[in-house]
Design a protein around this ligand. Sequence first.
Ligand SMILES: Cc1ncc(COP(=O)(O)O)c(C=O)c1O
Length: 441
Amino acid sequence: MVEREDIPALDVRYVWHPFTQAGTAGPALEIVSGKGAWLHAADGRNILDLISSWWVTLHGHAHPAIAGAVAEQAKRLEHVMFAGFTHAPAARLASRLAKLLPPELTRVFYSDNGSTAVEVALKIAWQYWHNKGETKRKRFLAFSKGYHGDTLGAMSVGSSTGFYTPFDDLVLPVTFLPFPATWEGDNGAPEKEEEALAKIDTVLANESGGEVAAVIIEPLVQGAGGMRMCRPEFLRSLCGRLREAEVLIIFDEVMTGFGRTGSMFACDRAEVAPDIICLAKGLTGGFLPLAVTICSEKIHNAFLGGDFGSAFAHGHSFTANPLGCTAALASLDLFENDSTLERVAAMEDLHRRRMRDLSRLSNVHNTRVMGSIAAFDLEGGSKEYGSSWAQHLHEAFLSRGLLVRPLGNVVYLMPPYCIGEDDLHHAYDEIFEVVSHLQAG
Ligand SMILES: Cc1ncc(COP(=O)(O)O)c(C=O)c1O
């Protein structure tokens, strides 16, 4: 008999895990397979994935339609460089995304992950003004507690999250604007928005207003900053002001894209169109790393010319990988054929009912729901990301067979759309118990 490899031992000896303090973290849990909303661990445990495994899984783990499409494509063409060559999955995917998005967004630039999609957006915005000869526009605006990824530009516009303290001297100067976070039954929302807009007006009106290249925002929901939600009214007022100031608007929909907020994209729900949009995570249904930065024809035209100088000199080895594009096409088919957005609407309804129950607990505050996302602030422990309290909560949920990974004191759910109603009710029952024990303790 072949001896089973000791995967945990290999992992402990050789692997460096992301966003993990290896000095205090326990060994990583080995997952051997997944189906629907369930993950199956090597030790025999079944775990209900309530956060779509870092917010990527849409239709379920190992979905046979996506797996089959990728397998077929792998036998035909696994990869080809994307400068001077194209292939059907990339061209088809670009045209389908353009048709799904607001009509202004027509030019698709491929990359590999959310951070690179953001990096590309920032570089396109910067070079757009350079190519037009407007060399003063060299500042970015971003929102307090916004998270955009871990590459240098993305860190710069996300530095107010506090994740990047060792790099404080390395990041670009960015002006941060207030994000009017709101929750269910929050009567103070209009005042918060007015206050935020007044501050934004001041930034745009002062001398450096004319130096702004672009603003970046996670529309409707700030993810890693703590599932902080704003109203569509705020986004619309914001974009009106930015248009007047001729500032390019970048929507980072890396997390909110592909149904998370209840519409295909948050910009649909908010009825407002950016100049540039970044998509990744759910793009391939969670199967493969792929990202897109999509911009308007006006922006693309500013890069056309007779020599290479005005071209966008950016690309990655795996740009527009055919397997990733094929997975994305299969995921879009599931949106069309599988009543996916209807499932999200039903989930939103269930979230709202069950969050109402939870809000009766005295240690639960600011319950909020949008589409497939539900969150609340839990009183009684550290607000810090990665705190031992958050880790303890994560483990308490895991011991009950639930994958929930609080962001500081924010407990949130963002399940794959295929999760069964009974499974989600069961998860809420368990969460209620964990949280009410903490309240009692
Ligand atoms: C809004 C947003 N933008 C960008 C990123 C970075 O994406 P990635 O982790 O794929 O680099 C994330 C990741 O969580 C995100 O939530």
